[in-house]
Design a binder for this molecule. Sequence first.
Ligand SMILES: NC(=O)c1ccc[n+]([C@@H]2O[C@H](COP(=O)([O-])OP(=O)(O)OC[C@H]3O[C@@H](n4cnc5c(N)ncnc54)[C@H](O)[C@@H]3O)[C@@H](O)[C@H]2O)c1
Length: 358
Amino acid sequence: MNSISTKTSIVYFNSEVYSELNNYIKTKNPSKIFILVDTNTHDLCLPQFLEQLESGEVIVEVMEMPNGEEHKTIDICMGVWEALSEYNADRKSLLINLGGGVVTDLGGFVASTYMRGITYINMPTSLLAMVDASVGGKTGVDLGALKNQVGVINEGEMVGIDTSFLSTLPQNEMVSGFAEMLKHGLIYDKAYWNTLMHLENLDISDLDKLIYDSVIIKNKVVSEDPTEQGLRKILNFGHTLGHAIESYFLENGDKTSLLHGEAIAIGMILEAYSSTKICGLSDEELETITQGILKTFTKVDINKDDQEIIIDLLKHDKKNSHGVIKFVLLEAIGKPKINCVVSNELISEAFDYYSALR
Ligand SMILES: NC(=O)c1ccc[n+]([C@@H]2O[C@H](COP(=O)([O-])OP(=O)(O)OC[C@H]3O[C@@H](n4cnc5c(N)ncnc54)[C@H](O)[C@@H]3O)[C@@H](O)[C@H]2O)c1
């Protein structure tokens, strides 16, 4: 698979990853290399990564954070900034983020702000981070339960996608990443969506090409609109309601927690339903989308009280302007429409549609 160039970065795949990374280190000669991992990637990915890393004379320090979305916080950033400072990181230091989307989002933010910015490289280890989070330069942390409220857009030097890391990823995390792949099909490429629909199961051996295709889609969108003035908003399909649902489940101790992709899957069904009422998505395509998503994602119980709080959380969405909540909807599969306004009544109706599904 050929590498993919982004505006200011480059994505390498499998066989090229370590030769390019080692070459980068040799050429740029960073003063120190820091590797940020979480509890799981420390145990399951770091040994393999260190075996391949050729750091030469450059000192390598490993920093470990706890795993999970609840740790994508400014407090954890403080710990990482302090560790960088204690280990005398300077402006020529390099941070390598080895982990899922939490590590790449938080590590990218830490690097972008430490000493007004040091270079960083993303080594995604979850499916979700490979197809989405590690590419495109969005970095940041949650504010309480509110998703990604603090952050910057700043691309790393490179992304290295080594799909062999997926061999230890739990199945529910694979499924979570699959949601963002489905989204890429829905917003950009009906043929890609159809391919995903005809997969028998999520087998690692089929995944390399599909991951590559997803990164191509994400990169095309981001390259045209790096700062999200227009087109890049399409990547938020399913995320307006999805993020509010994710925040609600994150905050509510009585609920079982929902993974990012699981919340986005619900958001995509709700926003597809709204699309039929507002921008002409056909009932037939709504049915295809709904059944396609439910083939992989178990339905979640969301009652009327939950819905009210979720609707209230929408006021924190980053696409809002002047108090108006803006959605990305679909005119058809592969044809998104940005800046759509959806009334609270229609959102409730969409929840009713979701609740009635079998
Ligand atoms: N920046 C962006 O453009 C963007 C896009 C989409 C999502 N995101 C963010 O990404 C995050 C979700 O990413 P995620 O699903 O990767 O979450 P995550 O980082 O929490 O990883 C999921 C779980 O898998 C574990 N894990 C990761 N790699 C593993 C491996 N190879 N083997 C075993 N376990 C492994 C992690 O330790 C964690 O417990 C969210 O915070 C979301 O907001 C960002």
